[in-house]
Design a protein around this ligand. Structure first.
Ligand code: SF4
Ligand code: SF4
Length: 64
């Protein structure tokens, strides 16, 4: 995780297209058949997943 930013991906809103996995420079998105999540320890907070997701699923959060 970079600074206090992290990204959340809601599996309920996701169609598992894999775009975010393809664009993530850190290999920080784990996508399985019906689940997806950001691995916070690998995420560098670049926001590429949020920009590229066709459904706008990844959301930026300020960590506490
Ligand atoms: S790009 Fe968006 S819709 Fe596609 S797998 Fe990632 S979060 Fe889900
Ligand atoms: S913010 Fe960047 S590093 Fe983090 S999951 Fe999204 S694409 Fe990967």
């Amino acid at each position: 995780m970079k600074q206090n930013v992290r990204y959340r991906i809601s599996a309920a809103a996701c169609d598992f297209c894999g775009v975010c996995v393809a664009v993530c420079p850190a290999g920080a998105i784990e996508l399985k058949e019906s689940s997806v999540r950001v691995l916070d320890e690998l995420c560098v907070g670049c926001g590429d997943c949020a920009v590229m997701c066709p459904l706008g699923v990844p959301v930026r959060e300020e960590a506490e």
